[in-house]
Design a protein around this ligand. Structure first.
Ligand code: HEM
Ligand code: HEM
Length: 142
């Protein structure tokens, strides 16, 4: 797995950096929708706003921080599976959810497929954590 070097700092796995950077992009989009809803007093897209923020910002940033703290998880292929499933599924999920809410029910199959993709990303992170989550041994009690 690629890493970047930060002067005077630990090496940050590239996947951790990418997750955090993309999470911040989702946050900007989520906030923009939130401000738009407040300004127009039209809350039709509230579930889109909520899930861009919660899956795009919160969940992806937590995945990124997890990869930063536990390099064994970042080094696993499952991290790449999570990253790509997350970032290919979520934009489709949010776009199709927005269209559904705006009166285009024919996008429902894309929404369902992307929800499964999104759920698959979380399963990959979960399996990775159960297989590879190891920390230093706690010191033996005196
Ligand atoms: C400047 C930033 C933000 C603005 C202007 C904003 C604005 C809004 C607005 C106008 C609503 C609809 C409220 C309603 O229906 O009465 C809303 C709902 C919501 N927002 Fe935000 N929001 C912001 C940031 C965030 C962030 C960062 C998160 C999560 C990390 C978030 C999570 C939610 C959730 C979960 C709901 C739905 C709440 C519910 O079900 O009642 N928002 N937001
Ligand atoms: C694949 C993942 C997910 C799917 C398919 C999903 C699906 C849904 C659905 C169908 C609703 C009801 C929307 C409505 O009719 O208003 C909902 C609401 C909500 N979900 Fe999720 N969810 C997912 C992940 C998450 C996660 C990870 C969080 C929090 C970290 C979350 C927090 C919420 C909240 C706060 C609401 C209420 C928002 C609102 O009032 O619009 N969801 N979700």
């Amino acid at each position: 797995m690629n890493t970047i070097s930060l002067a005077g700092s630990e090496r940050v796995p590239a996947i951790a950096r990418r997750c955090l950077q993309l999470a911040l992009v989702y946050l900007i989009v989520g906030i923009a929708i939130g401000i738009g809803m407040g300004a127009t007093q039209d809350f039709t897209l509230r579930p889109v706003h909520a899930h861009i923020n919660l899956l795009g910002w919160t969940t992806l940033a937590l995945a990124g921080l997890t990869y930063g703290v536990f390099p064994a998880l970042a080094a696993s292929r499952l991290a790449a599976v999570q990253f790509w499933l997350h970032n290919l599924s979520l934009p489709v999920m949010m776009g199709s959810l927005a269209m559904l809410l705006l009166g285009k029910p024919q996008v429902a199959p894309a929404l369902v497929a992307s929800e499964f993709g999104m759920a698959g990303a979380i399963v990959a992170l979960t399996v990775n954590a159960f297989i590879n989550l190891r920390g230093p041994r706690a010191p033996a009690a005196a």
